[in-house]
Each structure stands twice: as structure tokens, then as C-alpha cells.
Write a protein that binds this ligand. Structure first.
Ligand SMILES: *Cc1c(COP(=O)(O)O)cnc(C)c1O
Length: 375
């Protein structure tokens, strides 16, 4: 079975093997050396002033970011389940919350954010997904961050990059906190989250908030290559291995480039079958299709063609399917996925099978390689 859900994503074999080594004690020079190396690789990935690893799923990092960086009012952007979660975290933490809400196919605009920030001077932090995984859309986060800082540089910008870090290069110039998680773009099992912090964020954190998710205590310890509480040793060993594996496969630049080309080729191939791409601004992390037969297509993909793709949640249950684009993906596997979608449509009597999907995918994906070679 090919796992093509946008999280969890498949864990490369070399990474699984690295994590099969005997357990290390976390308070040892051996593990501290691994921690240091992983931190250095993470600085390269996140391009932020500080990086912190937490033994938690992605939501733990979202909560840590909100509680440590917001002291009054959080502006959250809800174009899906994960954006909605930021608002819930704020309310559960006793903070005020202002939300800009849209359908799950619609990103927020820079203008809406500017208007809301200007109208509500108590807003001291904004939280937004770079790629909102609920409907597979991309928010214009970098532009929003720049605009917010122009109004008030002390407003903290929290960007959830759980399905964006490792997918595309993110400009962190105006971002104070960039969040990543292990089981999506970083190709690891669940349980590790990462926060990239700006110097301004570190200042705002001060003595920190809370106990386990107190970022001040983690910053202090992690600068010394250790953690405040027991580190997720096996996942950190896995993370080092993933980042090394990406380097061995041509580095982040090539990964970003291949992901962009593959996501585009997949969308073109499915649109050539008459299918409709759901979000108005598709993220590169996944290809999201809305279709009246979404459930039937997913079932056929799984039961007849060995491909596991994700469905939708809440009101989009049975109405969309989502194909993962994150991680090191073998291109022949993606060709099979689009071909399997075409076979599923044929089985449903929607169109005759003529190989359109794989032809369009191959044309779109490989034309750039041939162009490069001609030069
Ligand atoms: C999966 C996901 C999360 C939540 O992460 P968990 O690891 O499930 O806690 C948050 N934001 C985005 C964009 C996600 O895709």
C-alpha cells in the first residue's frame, strides 16, 4: 500500500534504521553531540535565530507559541481546522481571541489582516497557517507578516509551518515563530515538534509561561545541547537522519524544486481528467480535489489500486480527497497515483481510460528537466 496521506508521511528506510539503534540516555555526552548536530541542521532548515525541539505533537508547539508569545489578544486566521485550533488554544489559555474566518478553500487577504489589526490595538500576536492542511490552501503569510510589522513591530507573528517547512523555502524575515512537526513534511513518526524563534520573540518570551511548555526554560537548556525534560531521543536521532538524507539527495533546494514541480504536475494531470482543485490558492504540500464521488474514488484507490489518500474532515467529510506531496517522493509512485485516479474514474463510469493522467503528469514534470539539459 502506498501511503499518500498529507501526514503521516512515509519514513525513509535509512531513517527507520537509524531509529532502530539501542536507546541512548539523554543526559550523556553521546546524546548531546547528536543533539548539537541536529540543532545545526535545524538552523539551516528554519533560518531563524533560535530553534527549540519539544517532545510533543505539532499542537504542543502551537500551544507553546501562543502562551509564550501572546499576553493579551490573539488574532487567528481560520480557513480550516488548524487555524480554528489557534483560536481554541487562545481561549483555553485565558487569552482574548479575534478570528478572521473563511471557507476552507479561501485564504485570508493582507488587507483583511491590516484592517483587523488597526481596528483592535489590543492584538499583540497573530497566528496563521502557512499551509492550512484542512483544505490544502496557502495563506500569503510572508506578506501578512511584513504588513503587520509595518503597523506595529511588537506584534508577534506565529506561523504554523507544519505542512510547509521542508516543502518550500519560507522567508522568515518578519516571522517571529515558525512551527514544524515531525510526521508531515519531515518524514518522521509523530511526537516531535520544532519552533524557530526570532530574537524579538526571545525577548517577548522573557521568563516564559507555563511549566512543560515554558519556552524560556527550553531555550536556556537547548543552547547547551540538552533539554529541560527528557528529550525525544529516538525522534531526534531520526530527525538528524532525515536532514542528512535530504542533503544526500541533493539538499533542500532540490527538494523544494522537485516538490513544486510534482505538485503542479499532479494538479494539471487531475484537472486534465475533469477534476477540480479545491483551494483557490493551492499549497505545495498536498493536492486537494473536491468531488461528489470523493469517497468512492478514495475507496477505489485504496481497495483496488493500493493507494491510501486522505479524505476531508468535518463538513468536507466525503467531499474532498487530499494527496500528499511532502517529503522525498519517488516520481514513479506519483505517476501511479494519478494513473490510479484515472482508473477509478473509469470504474465509476465517469470517463473512458486513455492514459491522460500519466501523460499530462509526465509532460509537465519532465519538460523542465529536458529544458535544463538543452541549455
Ligand atoms: C497536522 C497539523 C497540525 C497539528 O499537528 P499534530 O501533530 O496533529 O498535533 C497543525 N497544523 C497543521 C497545518 C497541520 O497539518
Amino acid at each position: 500500500m502506498l501511503l499518500f496521506t498529507p501526514g503521516p508521511t512515509p519514513v525513509p528506510e535509512s531513517v527507520r534504521l537509524a531509529m532502530a539503534e539501542p536507546t541512548l540516555h539523554h543526559r550523556t555526552p553521546e546524546f548531546e553531540a547528536i543533539f548539537k548536530e541536529t540543532r545545526e541542521l535545524l538552523f539551516n532548515l528554519m533560518a531563524t535565530d533560535e530553534v527549540i525541539m519539544l517532545a510533543s505533537s505539532g499542537t504542543g508547539a502551537m500551544e507553546a507559541a501562543v502562551t509564550n508569545l501572546c499576553h493579551k489578544t490573539l488574532l487567528s486566521i481560520n480557513s480550516g481546522k488548524f487555524g480554528e485550533r489557534f483560536g481554541k488554544i487562545a481561549l483555553a489559555s485565558g487569552l482574548e481571541n479575534i478570528e478572521i474566518k473563511h471557507d476552507w478553500d479561501t485564504p485570508v487577504t493582507v488587507e483583511e489582516v491590516i484592517e483587523t489589526v488597526k481596528a483592535n490595538p489590543s492584538i499583540d500576536a497573530i497566528a496563521i497557517q502557512i499551509s492550512e492542511s484542512a483544505g490544502g490552501l496557502r495563506h500569503p503569510v510572508e506578506d501578512i507578516a511584513a504588513a503587520v510589522k509595518e503597523i506595529n513591530p511588537s506584534i508577534m507573528v506565529i506561523a504554523d509551518g507544519i505542512t510547509a517547512v521542508g516543502v518550500e523555502r519560507i522567508n522568515v524575515e518578519y516571522i517571529d515563530c515558525l512551527i514544524a512537526g515531525s510526521q508531515k513534511a519531515l518524514m518522521l513518526p509523530p511526537g516531535l515538534s520544532i519552533l524557530g524563534l526570532s530574537s524579538a520573540a526571545i525577548e517577548t518570551i522573557g521568563a516564559g509561561k507555563g511549566y512543560y511548555l515554558n519556552l524560556a526554560s527550553e531555550i536556556k537548556k537547548q543552547k547547551q545541547n540538552t533539554t529541560a525534560y527528557t528529550a525525544a531521543t529516538t525522534l531526534i536521532i531520526g530527525l538528524r537522519s532525515v536532514l542528512q538524507e535530504i542533503e544526500a539527495n541533493g539538499g533542500m533546494g532540490l527538494l523544494y524544486c522537485n516538490t513544486a514541480r510534482r505538485a503542479k504536475a499532479t494538479r494539471f494531470a487531475l484537472e486534465a481528467l475533469g477534476l477540480h482543485s479545491y483551494p483557490s490558492t493551492p499549497a505545495r504540500s498536498m493536492t486537494t480535489i473536491d468531488d461528489k464521488d470523493a469517497k468512492e474514488i478514495r475507496d477505489l484507490l485504496k481497495n483496488e489500486f493500493g493507494v491510501n489518500v486522505a479524505g476531508g474532515q468535518d463538513h468536507l467529510k466525503g467531499k474532498i480527497f487530499r494527496i500528499n506531496q511532502m517529503g522525498l517522493i519517488e516520481i514513479h509512485e506519483m505517476v501511479w497515483v494519478v494513473n490510479a485516479v484515472e482508473l477509478a474514474l473509469a470504474k465509476l463510469g465517469r470517463r473512458d481510460f486513455d492514459g491522460t493522467a500519466s501523460r499530462v503528469f509526465n509532460e509537465e514534470y519532465f519538460k523542465t528537466i529536458l529544458k535544463k539539459e538543452e541549455k
